[in-house]
Design a protein around this ligand. Structure first.
Ligand code: 0YR
Ligand code: MG
Length: 369
């Protein structure tokens, strides 16, 4: 069985409303930049990375798929996705310009496409191929209600509406221009919804150490579930210092490109909730390695949804130490098997593959070149 063709695609899908913002980014569309891998027997696998729909950057990722990875796969025997990953990652000229950034995002898309094809050929959902199920459904937390661009009243209303829909966990963005704004929003939310709801917070890498320490100290009575990316993404020592001086758990991982970098944070006790993302840390292959590192350290995994949880739902169904999974509904309708939440829980997917096959309609509506 050989790999017949690997080709790139770019889709730009509108976000809820017309624009949303966190502390660092304001976006109008989610970029689904991916690889389509076709095997000799007609099996087609899809995989993608997630971007902020910046077309010049997306074109670089697509070019890396078409020009760097496709030539190494086309005509080759279709093997285990892990073996392909190893060969593509350690290809000497690509390793020189890769390991992170554009090339790594491209490789992630390719890896997921190969896992999708692999699972389809076994006629099993991906969670079964990687050793699941560990659970019949997965608790969801809603991020789409809590953007920093929402005024405080709207934020509180959104969370109440999410609770009416069955969510018992949410994440709100922090990292406003003034810390007082963040504190007021967190206090208002806790006062409005009571103690029963899980409230996580996400600063998207905005703060310095003293600001994060003050946030942690002043929100202590609010029993927040975690602070995500309080500090610059690569700064292990400052996260270590924050962990050592505050009781607020730290979550991070969405900006990390490989399991080894993640392990630096784990070794230093610099995080509590591990948030790898198939779209950045090395596809399904890198994610499974990262999850094993977390398991060895006794830490829970809570995947970041660069894939809007299409693929991560399979990870969460298969891994016993995966905790709640991020819910952002922007691109679910683009796939033949959309990641679906009912009563606050993701339903287990059942179709063969990684739930990454786009519908014909999405393919025709959202593709850009
Ligand atoms: C929007 N989730 C995140 C989005 C999201 C970002 O900029 O990309 O907020 O990926 O941090 O936890
Ligand atoms: Mg985040």
């Amino acid at each position: 069985m050989t790999i017949r063709a690997v080709t790139s695609f770019i889709m730009h899908v509108p976000v809820t409303g017309s624009q949303i913002a966190d502390s660092t980014h304001a976006i109008t569309h989610w970029g689904v930049v991916g690889a389509r891998a076709e095997l000799q027997d007609g099996t087609v696998g899809f995989g993608f990375t997630g971007t902020h729909a910046h077309l010049p950057g997306d074109r670089l990722i697509a070019a890396a798929i078409d020009q760097c990875y496709a030539p190494l796969l086309e005509g080759a025997a279709f093997g285990h996705p892990r073996a392909h990953y190893r060969a593509l990652f350690h290809n000497p000229p690509l390793q020189w310009v890769g390991r992170a950034g554009v090339l790594q995002l491209a490789l992630c898309a390719v890896d997921v496409a190969l896992w999708d094809a692999y699972a389809k050929r076994l006629d099993q959902p991906l969670w079964a191929v990687i050793g699941g199920p560990a659970r019949p459904s997965v608790p969801a937390y809603n991020t789409d209600i809590g953007w920093l661009s929402f005024p405080q009243d709207q934020l509180v209303d959104n969370v109440k509406r999410a609770m009416d829909d069955g969510f018992t966990a949410v994440k709100i963005k922090v990292g406003a221009e003034h810390l007082g704004t963040d504190l007021a929003r967190c206090e208002a939310l806790r006062a409005a919804v009571g103690d029963s709801i899980t409230v996580a917070t996400d600063a998207n890498g905005k703060w310095d150490l003293p600001t994060a320490q003050r946030f942690a100290r002043e929100t202590e009575p609010l029993a927040l579930f975690w602070i995500e990316e309080p500090l610059w993404y690569d700064d292990v020592e400052s996260h270590h210092e924050l962990a050592a001086t505050s009781s607020l758990p730290i979550a991070l991982g969405e900006q990390i490109y490989n399991p080894e970098s993640l392990t630096q944070f784990i070794r230093r006790g610099a995080l509590h909730f591990v948030q790898p993302d198939v779209t950045r840390i090395g596809g399904v292959t890198g994610f499974l390695d990262a999850a094993a590192c977390a398991q060895g350290a006794g830490l829970p995994v809570a995947a970041h949804a660069g894939d809007m949880s299409q693929v991560h739902l399979h990870m969460a169904c298969a891994l016993p130490h995966h905790t709640m999974l991020e819910y952002i509904p922007w691109i679910a309708h683009c796939f033949q098997e959309p990641a679906t939440v009912l009563d606050g829980r993701f339903i287990r997917p059942e179709a063969p593959g990684a739930s990454t096959t786009p519908t014909t309609e999405a393919w025709e509506t959202y593709r850009v070149t």
